[in-house]
Design a protein around this ligand. Structure first.
Ligand SMILES: [Zn+2]
Length: 63
């Protein structure tokens, strides 16, 4: 197992962890039910993606 040779200073540790924050998810609106969804994902509430329904129960049926 690799063992650290030197103790990393508080400054160096903080600089390394300055990139560890979590970015906000890029939410978009569903084309069918206008719910907030992740882009390139099937809608969780109505199951629509690119104008088609992929299995889930339809909240607002269009076809
Ligand atoms: Zn939807």
């Amino acid at each position: 197992m690799a063992v650290p040779r030197n103790r990393s200073s508080r400054n160096r540790k903080g600089n390394r962890r300055s990139h560890h924050h979590i970015l906000a998810k890029p939410l978009t609106a569903c084309a069918n039910c206008k719910n907030s969804i992740l882009p390139f994902h099937i809608c969780a509430s109505c199951g629509h993606y690119k104008g088609r329904n992929y299995g889930k129960t339809e909240a607002t049926a269009s076809s």
